[in-house]
Design a protein around this ligand. Sequence first.
Ligand SMILES: [Fe+2]
Length: 173
Amino acid sequence: MSGTTKSLKDLYIHEIKDIHSANKQAAETCGMFARKLPEGSPLVQKFQQSEKMIKDNNAELEKLAERHDEKASGMHCKGMEGLVTEGKKHVLHSDYTDEALREATAIAQFQRMTHYALAGYGTANAYAKQLGDHQGSKALQGLLDEGYEGDRAFTDMAVNCINEQAAEANEEE
Ligand SMILES: [Fe+2]
């Protein structure tokens, strides 16, 4: 954050901008993962859905910021940049004997990114409540709930499907 932070409101707006940037980077990465993973895999569809969902989330954040005469865009989140760099390394630029292994790590990498956003939504929601921004709090609570739900769906997919396939890759050697 450049300059001096003077109020909780400043922290609130900073948090919104940070999540907006993090989401923008995460959505792009979802698209890259979807294009890299085996065609027809249910995980590809999941990443495509997530890309769209995250973009929709950002539209919500833009509306929220506008109600405070602020812009959600314009910041660059270096935390997410780091997670994206790691994610791309493991999912796009690593070799696997079986694509199920790539899929397993894609879920792991994406969940790290999701958790960054969940932390941001939770914090921003707490600020919104403290500041009496009821409309903002309602929006952020919705995004938080949706984010948790999406995260659980990825866990279910890993535990019920992908990890089992990845375990078989080892047996084939
Ligand atoms: Fe950040």
